[in-house]
Design a binder for this molecule. Sequence first.
Ligand code: FE2
Length: 289
Amino acid sequence: MHTSGKHLWKKCAISHISKAETKCFEYAAHGRFQPQMDAENCLLHRSDAPRPAPAEQVFHLGQSAERFWGLHRAAIRRETADKKKGFYFLPKLDYPITAGVWPLFSAKNLQAHFHFHHREQLDALNARVLGTMWEAQPLDVILRKCAMDATQVGVHHAAVQHFNHCLFWRCLIPGGAAMLPDLNEAFTVRFGSIEKLISLFTGHCELLARHCGSGWVFLVWAKENFEILPFPAPGGTPLAMDYTPLLAIDMFEHSYMMDYGDDVAKYVRNFFRAVNWKVVHQWWRSCPR
Ligand SMILES: [Fe+2]
């Protein structure tokens, strides 16, 4: 059954969800922006925005996105493509997969998630780009171009899942990393405190799980400030909205059922005990201002 973005928005409506977030639901529901709306949507948060540039120029991260998130060393092997396995592959994690990510994931959960669920999306991506114009293209190029192409929904969904998972793994470190003072101060200015940020983020996660089933929730830098954006399944990425993702949590059931059952609040609470704030800080400091 087709579910429109407007319907999802109504289902998930709460007072503090912004207009930009509404666009996320529409984006996720359709798997793409409407071509005529896309440039406008990307600039919603800028009241003084100039006339939208052509689609090729709207996304400020462009070709540098892989380097920005360090994915160039992890998720793509352009020069050494293995034709049997494809161009895209599972990233090398910053921590041993055999130990899990304390206290968020048990070793069993992490290994199943990484080696089965992530690989499933990866295999789908490699299969769908094989022999097409997308083969060997950087992930961010696929994400931004397919987001506007109704004929490429399958490629786009697989690329979204691969990109989001790569980002998710990089946001984590066993035991978490200490918050940096200037990032903490920026969060305090925007949300009131880090505790309020976590509370708001958790609220979005619970709302998404309760009303939309599954998806992703992001903390992003929306050019001028932080925003928290939910992307109900099949999911999307803030990259295609010209926002810079800083933190992502996988809200698909395969991510938390094994360790938490349906206790979403505990899953999100432990997520924040395993966040690598050092990496988030690095990305935030690199954001275009
Ligand atoms: Fe996942």
